[in-house]
Each structure stands twice: as structure tokens, then as C-alpha cells.
Design a protein around this ligand. Structure first.
Ligand SMILES: Cc1ncc(C[n+]2csc(CCOP(=O)(O)OP(=O)(O)O)c2C)c(N)n1
Ligand SMILES: [Mg+2]
Length: 668
């Protein structure tokens, strides 16, 4: 083809010199090598006729030869969740999935949106229309039946930071490189569509291998860095009791080590935002827990909110992390460090300053000041252990997590699903090296099953311990079969509490009851005699202990699935043991009775503000018609109700730990 001439479909599909090229010089094999180079050595896939040739080419470039391994998944949503989990385990590395046109892509898109919200470089590859069909006005199968190939692309434009539509071999190399490097630079997902007829055609652009893939590193502007450090040091050195708080963006900024260096150097106490759990070392000698406003770890909020200066590294203040925008922080006391800028008080602001450079340099300029930590040590009362259960007593969640805590080590990684598990896992104290992942920004139920598959596939040295609610498990359960197929030895705690408990807390109704499954039976069906699998149902502390011992001992190489029936689930199951969905064959009063039974006794009665906050839910189910009526249907109140739930759940923990008048005053 002449430079500047219009490419014809024939040019695009078969370059003149193709016959003389080596077999490996194809688009598909080039893509495999590129993915492996950036750390995605496994690609989570579901085949379809638009990506079959691409999968053949990816498969042909084996990991031993610098290529990738394909991990077939049950569906595209799970494949993309697995890519998300894989990227997390690789610490800034890439996860990848390959699916088919539109039916596959649109199934994956929810997980890709989740990866966007969590700043993960997930590469979503779809097999696209034949390059000869572009502009042809043809109607293709797997589309919505109109001659427009851009629908999937337009959907992905909203949830990815770059989209490459590769329907021409001439610029495929450049398009793929640009997509991959944009994902890495922005730490966000990208979309690559590859015409189904192109992956196996050799092309000269792919003939030199390996072509090194190198991204020039981002650098701080030295003058701005110096000015930012000088101003921040002056601000902090004159404060009396400063503190450090780590936030979730430390991950994208690759600044976790620099944060610890700074903490070691300055002597300030160290807290983590809830969404940064796993990024701040909890074994640090001056770690004071999770700063989450009114629902922080015991005594943490007092120290943070009473400080006269606080440095937040990579915070995101959303409705959840700010407990409904109720944090008692003052901007003029804060230094906010984002991945590439620093704002000190109400100003000045410094751009072009990388977080890791800033934290590292700041550590060398700060005077040691342990005043705030000394205050913390003075008021801190160690938390007690939950009482052991009486023989045969239904398992309490606090007893469950007492045992989970003992299981954790530097060789484990915790994956916490949205729901009650979020809150319970948040309270775990992570030993050095123990990984921790959850989806605090996006909170899509079902994520944890796919993410467990992907994380375990990437982190071979770790035993993944996942906590997944019954409702969430029902969304993506099939992928346990892929874990078995790949001989993973994850331990999955399936928390069977008889429905959408977290939703019950916000606003109860018959829709929060789900069909009870025989969850261990489901996993045994997936196992089907192939691979190593251990399952147990536990209802008491004794049974739990046995199941944990079995998982860590004789079944340490097996996939272990422990269905935990909590006391609330058992209580729920008794009166409605027939377990027909509540909306079926039941009169309204029967539904109401069932709801009344399953309503857990909570402490809220003693706290009027919270009791009133929940009034909308009691009103709707008719359980307490005298409660003040709140319009929880309006979005504003809906959000407020959700954040109040967080307050409520954590307040319960507080109340159990302290009889402190302060909290009663706060919550009233
Ligand atoms: C994809 C998706 N659909 C719906 C929701 C709303 N939602 C949030 S938590 C939840 C219930 C989770 O139930 P379960 O996994 O059993 O957790 P539990 O709180 O009962 O422990 C639902 C439906 C969501 N977050 N994501
Ligand atoms: Mg549940």
C-alpha cells in the first residue's frame, strides 16, 4: 500500500509480504506477548464466534514462550471480575479478559465499570465484526439487530479510559500499544475490539519479537516538589499533635512504602481510611485503626479529629467513607496529598508532585512528634474477646470472626464481599503481609466470587480467604467450578444469614428474603468428583473450629467451602422453614408476620436518632406503624439511610465495647 493512499479491505486483511513472514508475526500472538510483558500472564475468557481465532492465537503463544494462559470462565461478568481480582493481586499490574462481540461485552461491562471505580488497569478484549463488514450496512448476529457496530463501543466509552477498535492490520500495533499503555498510565480499564478475521494473519509490524515495551516514568517537577515539601514541613512542624491517615489512592500512586517511611520518620500515629484497608500496615507500632468518622475503630476518631494537623494520603471522601459527609475535619488543618498534587490547608496547591516523592522527601524534613500517639496510648482500652459459645449455641458472627482472626497470616489474603461481610472483615486486624481486597466504591454483589478466582490465579503463594454473603453468592456462584478446575485452595466462608441482611438494615421488605440453597450441595455438584474439594456446614462454634482445622490441616490443598449458618439465619429458618418465597402464596399479614420474626433485635431502641432514621423501613413493612414517617423513597433520604446503616452497625460495635457517655451523646 502506498503511503497516504486509502487502505482497501484487501490491504487491511492481507499485507503484500504476509507469505514471507514467520507464523508468530500475527496480531493475536503479538497481543499475547504484550499482555504477558505487562504482567497479565493469564487471560479470563469466554469463547464466541467473534473471538475464536483470537483465542487460538493467544493460546498458541504459551506462557513458557512469553505468552499467556487462557482461563475459561462460566460467563463474561465473572471473567471480568476475575481480571479485576488478578490486577489487584499483581499490585498495579494488569488483568485481562477476552470475550465475544456485544453479548459478551455487555455482560462484562458491569465488572469493567467496577474496575474503573477502583482504579484497576483491566484490559477488556472483545472479538469484533469482520473488517470487511465495517461500513457495509449489514446486520450482524449478537447485536440488537440494527446495522450499527458501535453500540458496544459506545457503552464502553463510559467505563473505560481508552477504546481501540482494531479493524485494520496497518495500525493495529499502534492501537494495541496505545490502549495498553493508557491503561497502565491511568490505572483504569481499556476496551480493545479486534475484528474477528484479523488475529491470525501475519503482518510485518508484528515481525520483530520481542519488542520491548517501556513506559517513560512520570516524574515530579523538582522545584514544585521542593516548594510543596517546604510548605508542608513548616505546617506540620508547628503543629502540636499531628496525625497521618492513609487513603485508597495510595495504591495507584504506588506510595504505600513511602507512606510507611514517612510514618517511621515522624512518629505521628497512623490511621487508615476504610477504603484503604490493606494499604496501611496494621502491624505498624503506631497504627491506631480505621478512621471512619463516627464509626471509626475505638479511640481513632478522637485522635484524628482532635489533631491540629492531619495529612491524608490519597483520600476519597464519598458518602460512605465520610459517613454521610459527617466527618469532623477542618480543611485548614489538612494536607491532602493526591497521586500528583498536594494541597495544604485552604491553599496553596502544588501540581506535578508525585505522592511517593512528596512523602519520601517530607519524611526527611519533619521533627519527630509522638504527642498524638501518646494521647492515644493513654486513652486506649484493648478490646475484649467475645464470650465463647455455650455447647450447641447458634454461632454468633463475633465468635466467627474471632476464629477467622486467628487464621490470618502473611500468607493469606482476605476478600470481602459487599454486604455484612464488608463490615465484619473491616474489623479484622491484618497481620504483616496479609492481603485485603474489597470493592468499597462500586459495591457490586457477586464481585467476590470472580475476584477470588482471579486473585488466587495471580497470587500463587497466598491462601485466599473469602467472605461472601448468600445473596451475593447467588449472583456469580458458578465460578467456584473454575476455581476447582484450576486446583485453587481458597477457603470460602459462605455467610448464610437468610437473605439480603444489609438491605434489611436499610429498608426491609419481602424482596430481601431469598430462596435458601443447599450451598455446600451446590459446590459439591460443581466439584462432581474432579479435583480436591472440602465442604462443611457449620452452625456452632464447635463445628466452626472443626471446619477450620480441617481446612488448614488435611485439606490445605483443597478448595474449602464452609457454609456458616448464623444465629440469625437459623432463627429465620425456623418459622419459615418451608422457605417458599415470601411473596408467593402468602397473604399480606403472613408476610408481615414473617418479617417481624426475622427482624433481629438491635440496640437501636435506645438511640432515638437512629431509631427515627430507620423509621422508613418499619413504616413500609408495617411492623411499627406508629414510628415517625420518613420518605426513604427520595434519593436524598435513600443515601442518608444507607450511610446511617453504617453508623448503626458500627455503633453496635462501639456500644458493645464502651459504655462511654460520649458515644451516647453523639448518637442521640
Ligand atoms: C449488582 C448489585 N445488585 C444489587 C445490589 C444491592 N445490594 C447491596 S448488598 C445486597 C445484599 C447482599 O446480600 P448478602 O450477600 O446475602 O449479604 P448480607 O448483607 O446478607 O451478609 C444487595 C442486594 C448491589 N450492591 N449490587
Ligand atoms: Mg445474606
Amino acid at each position: 500500500m502506498d503511503i497516504g493512499s486509502i487502505p482497501s479491505p484487501a490491504d487491511a486483511a492481507a499485507p503484500p509480504s504476509a507469505a514471507a513472514l514467520p507464523r508468530e508475526a500475527t496480531l493475536g500472538r503479538h497481543l499475547a506477548r504484550r499482555l504477558a510483558e505487562v504482567g497479565a500472564r493469564e487471560v479470563f475468557t469466554v469463547p464466541g464466534d467473534f473471538n475464536l481465532t483470537l483465542l487460538d492465537e493467544l493460546e498458541a503463544e504459551q506462557p513458557s514462550g512469553g505468552g499467556v494462559r487462557l482461563v475459561g470462565c462460566c460467563n463474561e461478568l465473572n471473567a471480568a471480575y476475575a481480571a479485576d481480582g488478578y490486577a489487584r493481586a499483581r499490585d498495579g499490574g494488569v488483568g485481562a479478559c477476552a470475550v465475544t462481540f456485544t453479548v459478551g461485552g455487555l455482560s462484562a461491562i458491569n465488572a469493567v465499570a467496577g474496575a474503573f471505580s477502583e482504579n484497576l488497569p483491566v484490559i477488556c478484549i472483545v472479538g469484533g465484526p469482520n473488517s470487511n463488514d465495517y461500513g457495509s450496512n449489514r446486520i450482524l448476529h449478537h447485536t440488537i439487530g440494527i446495522p450499527d457496530f458501535t453500540q458496544e463501543l459506545r457503552c464502553f466509552q463510559n467505563v473505560t479510559c481508552y477504546q481501540a477498535v482494531v479493524n485494520n492490520l496497518e495500525d493495529a500495533h499502534e492501537q494495541i500499544d496505545t490502549a495498553i499503555s493508557t491503561a497502565l498510565k491511568e490505572s483504569k480499564p481499556v476496551y480493545i475490539s479486534i475484528s474477528c478475521n484479523l488475529p491470525s494473519i501475519p503482518h510485518p509490524t508484528f515481525s520483530r519479537h520481542p519488542v520491548p515495551f517501556f513506559l517513560s516514568p512520570k516524574l515530579s517537577n523538582q522545584m514544585t516538589l521542593e516548594a510543596a515539601v517546604e510548605t508542608a514541613a513548616a505546617f506540620l512542624n508547628k503543629s502540636v499533635k499531628p496525625v497521618l491517615v492513609g487513603g485508597p489512592k495510595m495504591r495507584v500512586a504506588k506510595a504505600c512504602e513511602a507512606f510507611v517511611e514517612l510514618a517511621d520518620a515522624c512518629g505521628y500515629p497512623v490511621a487508615a481510611m476504610p477504603s484503604a484497608k490493606g494499604l496501611v500496615p496494621e502491624h505498624h507500632s503506631r497504627f491506631i485503626g480505621t478512621y471512619w468518622g463516627a464509626v471509626s475503630s475505638p479511640f481513632c476518631a478522637e485522635i484524628v479529629e482532635s489533631a491540629d494537623a492531619y495529612l491524608f494520603a490519597g483520600p476519597i471522601f464519598n458518602d460512605y467513607s465520610s459517613v454521610g459527609y459527617s466527618l469532623l475535619l477542618k480543611k485548614e488543618k489538612a494536607i491532602i496529598v493526591q497521586p500528583d498534587r498536594v494541597v495544604i490547608g485552604n491553599g496553596p496547591a502544588f501540581g506535578c508532585v508525585l505522592m511517593k516523592d512528596f512523602l519520601h522527601a517530607l519524611g526527611t524534613r519533619l521533627k519527630k512528634n509522638t504527642a498524638a500517639y501518646d494521647n492515644y496510648s493513654r486513652i486506649f482500652v484493648p478490646q475484649g474477646e467475645p464470650l465463647s459459645s455455650a455447647p450447641g449455641e447458634p454461632l454468633r458472627v463475633n465468635v466467627l470472626f474471632k476464629h477467622i482472626q486467628k487464621m490470618l497470616s502473611g500468607d493469606s489474603a482476605v476478600i470481602a464481599e459487599t454486604g455484612d461481610s464488608w463490615f465484619n472483615c473491616q474489623k479484622l486486624k491484618l497481620p504483616e503481609g496479609c492481603g485485603y481486597e474489597f470493592q468499597m466504591q462500586y459495591g457490586s454483589i457477586g464481585w467476590a466470587v470472580g475476584a477470588t478466582l482471579g486473585y488466587a490465579q495471580a497470587a500463587k503463594g497466598k491462601r485466599v480467604i473469602s467472605f461472601i454473603g448468600d445473596g451475593s453468592f447467588q449472583v456469580t456462584a458458578q465460578e467456584v467450578s473454575t476455581m476447582l478446575r484450576w486446583e485453587q485452595n481458597n477457603i470460602i466462608f459462605l455467610i448464610n444469614n437468610g437473605g439480603y441482611t444489609i438491605e434489611v438494615e436499610i429498608h426491609d421488605g419481602p424482596y430481601n428474603v431469598i430462596k435458601n440453597w443447599n450451598y455446600t450441595g451446590v459446590v459439591e455438584a460443581f466439584h462432581n468428583g474432579e479435583g480436591k474439594c472440602y465442604t462443611a456446614k457449620v452452625r456452632t462454634e464447635e463445628e466452626l473450629k472443626k471446619a477450620i482445622e480441617a481446612s488448614l490441616g488435611p485439606n490445605k490443598d483443597s478448595l474449602c467451602f464452609i457454609e456458616v449458618l448464623t444465629s440469625s439465619a437459623i432463627a429465620l429458618m425456623a418459622p419459615v422453614h418451608a422457605r417458599t418465597p415470601m411473596t408467593e402464596n402468602k397473604t399480606a399479614p403472613e408476610q408481615q408476620r414473617a418479617l417481624t420474626v426475622r427482624r433481629r433485635p438491635r440496640f437501636l431502641g435506645s438511640f432515638p436518632a437512629l431509631r427515627n432514621a430507620n423509621a422508613g423501613s418499619t413504616k413500609s413493612s408495617g411492623v411499627n406503624p406508629t414510628a415517625p414517617q420518613t420518605d426513604t423513597k427520595s434519593p436524598k433520604n435513600g443515601i442518608a439511610a444507607a450511610t446511617r446503616v453504617i453508623v448503626a452497625m458500627y455503633a453496635e460495635v462501639y456500644i458493645s465495647r464502651h459504655s462511654h457517655a460520649l458515644y451516647a451523646v453523639f448518637f442521640a
